[in-house]
Design a protein around this ligand. Structure first.
Ligand SMILES: O=C(O)CCC(=O)C(=O)O
Ligand SMILES: [Fe+2]
Length: 300
């Protein structure tokens, strides 16, 4: 019988209270390090990547088997299904490296992933009040701690919007690694999240933040409505590599009616893009859907 890895009732309760759950272990540190060392090399070959001309390296689970296995691994997917329900699509994966001296990531919230350009990437068609319809599993490829800029979350903040994610904001690469108006080395990779604040003078209470200090191979899940960010990497020699894997239930339309999207000053055409059905069935037919590589392999 297949083994299951669903959230316990207590973990679910805590998720709904806080907006996140974990950490959980996907791989032991040695195994994660081995996989990561292979993946780093695979990432260099972009010939089959969904966005071969983009330095953003989104969605490499679509061409790299080790990454495809991770997004469809029941140890991860069962946790996601515990909240999103039985029918789940992987819609995006992205890298969040923080090199020594890099700025922190501004506190932010998201849900439909407008991501500064005024167009929603996600549109639910059967949303239920109080029930998240997007989740991220944030996986540490290397150890993360406060010093190297681990992810931080504000418990309970998913119930209140502090930001308007739908505003259009100008991308300015000159902003990267500059001090903000409060003298902090923080930003959003060339965007300024202060421009999305509902009250520009409001400052989050850092003392309430939960810092996710985790080992390589561990992950946690969160709804992006839950305010999150990270401190600068204040080390001189410790890079933190994280991989954010994002999921929606099948009722959500992904990039609906769009044949490309803009992000961080790039235009990304969607002709090679597809979602991946990592759990259950797609009864909606809203999206281009692929099966995980393991299941798509021809029978021998
Ligand atoms: O890793 C970070 O610093 C930011 C990650 C993030 O914002 C996300 O995964 O949504
Ligand atoms: Fe985020």
């Amino acid at each position: 019988m297949a083994k299951h890895f669903y959230l316990s009732d207590d973990e679910k309760k805590s998720f709904y209270e806080n907006g996140f759950a974990g950490p959980f272990t996907l791989f032991e540190p040695e195994e994660m390090t081995e996989i990561w060392n292979e993946v780093r090399l695979d990432l260099l070959d972009t010939s089959n990547a969904p966005f071969p001309d983009s330095r953003l390296n989104y969605d490499r689970h679509l061409d790299i088997p080790n990454l495809n296995r991770i997004i469809s691994d029941p140890r991860l997917v069962d946790k996601i299904s515990s909240i999103l329900g039985p029918d789940v699509l992987s819609w995006r994966t992205e890298w969040f490296p923080k090199y020594p001296g890099d700025e922190g990531t501004d506190w932010h919230q998201a849900e439909s992933f407008v991501e500064f350009e005024g167009t929603e990437k996600l549109e639910p068609t059967a949303a239920v009040e109080g029930q998240p319809w997007e989740l991220t599993a944030w996986i540490a490829m290397t150890k993360t701690n406060k010093a190297n800029g681990c992810l931080k979350l504000m418990p309970g903040s998913h119930r209140t919007w502090y930001f308007d994610e739908k505003r259009n904001v100008v991308f300015d690469p000159d902003n990267i690694n500059k001090l903000n108006e409060r003298g902090e080395k923080s930003g959003f990779y060339g965007y300024d999240y202060d421009d999305l604040k509902l009250d520009r003078n409001w400052v989050p209470d850092e003392s309430k933040a939960v810092h996710m200090e985790i080992e390589p191979g561990q992950f946690f899940i969160f709804t992006s409505r839950c305010m999150h960010g990270s401190n600068p990497n204040s080390t001189t020699d410790d890079t933190r590599f994280a991989w954010a894997t994002r999921f929606v239930p099948t009722h959500v339309k992904v990039y609906d009616g769009q044949d490309s999207f803009h992000h961080f000053g790039e235009v990304l055409p969607l002709d090679r893009y597809s979602t991946v059905l990592v759990a259950g069935e797609d009864r909606y037919g809203h999206n281009r859907v692929r099966m995980p590589m393991r299941e798509a392999a021809p029978a021998e």
